[in-house]
Design a protein around this ligand. Sequence first.
Ligand SMILES: *Cc1c(COP(=O)(O)O)cnc(C)c1O
Length: 357
Amino acid sequence: MEDWTIHVEYSTTKKEKPKDEALAFGKVFTDHMFIMDYTEGKGWHDARIVTYQPLTMDPSAMVFHYGQSIFEGLKAYRTPNDDVHLFRPEKNMERLNHSNRRLCIPRIDESFALHAIKKLVAIDKEWIPRSPGTSLYIRPFIISTEPNLAVAPSQHYKFMIILSPVGAYYKEGMNPVNIAVENKYVRAIRGGTGEAKTGGNYATSLKAQETVAREGFSQVLWLDGVERKYIEEVGNMNVFFKINGEIITPALNGSILSGITRDTVIQLLKHWDIPITERKVTMDEIKQAHQDGKLEEAFGSGTAAVISPIGKLTWGKHDMTVNEGKTGEIAKSLYETLTGIQYGQQKDPFNWIVKIK
Ligand SMILES: *Cc1c(COP(=O)(O)O)cnc(C)c1O
């Protein structure tokens, strides 16, 4: 019988909180964590909030060998009235199960998982920083824990949630970045795990990222794994182009991660009556649009940066400067509206905000 009560064991010590100015990304964790176990035949059980602490695991735990794991990423925002906002968290819970299905991990009850997030954030509420642009990053994740070297879906799992106060992504205003189009490595292929949020996708992306970073680029633009022709994503973000007044983003095809920020951007653009099309986009088309002077904007979208303008795209010998290397109007409006809603400074006509009591 599955039991959904969360046992809370408050931490007896309180860690020192870093100053907002010193916050980076994902280096500091709050006082508590959520943890719950899965055992085949019994289901998910023993939901608890305890002191943030290391785990004890068998060296043969399957996650160490075959990488059966998934994660999510969302944020809690503190508003000027000291309310706490989550942004479309039910979409993260839906995607969690989407990733679970792909990785043969048992389903989690979505409303329970959201309840666990809310309860943990409420307990560690004081950790949500107050300075503009800061937030509390929420990392739910599931790992396979059965001690077994046979290749098969694990019979034991842990679902955990950890929290990390993070600094403002843009400390000195929005900075357009230089992007290298990746011709050698691929992030994902159709039929693979590209549409799941799983650690393996990140492990395979490091080499390309490391290589271009040495040449001074911030991220790579990923092309499809078969023809190296169609644009998929930029770094760990979805990507948008403005060509001759129309916004275009690669259609979800199984190897692209379905970003919640991506979906939000599409909804906002539709609401503003700005033409937005989801379809296949080739690198040739972008190069042509640039040559014709019609490549007006390019930007990435994701929870961490919200919107990340692209100032220059380099594809082999071709350097394409976008909008004179400056942030475009659409990118700016999207960023301001989205963060305005998230931080409770703007109306939320879409009911995207979930308040934590
Ligand atoms: C998480 C992620 C994104 C962005 O998703 P959001 O829900 O918008 O944060 C995009 N691409 C990849 C590969 C990701 O892992």
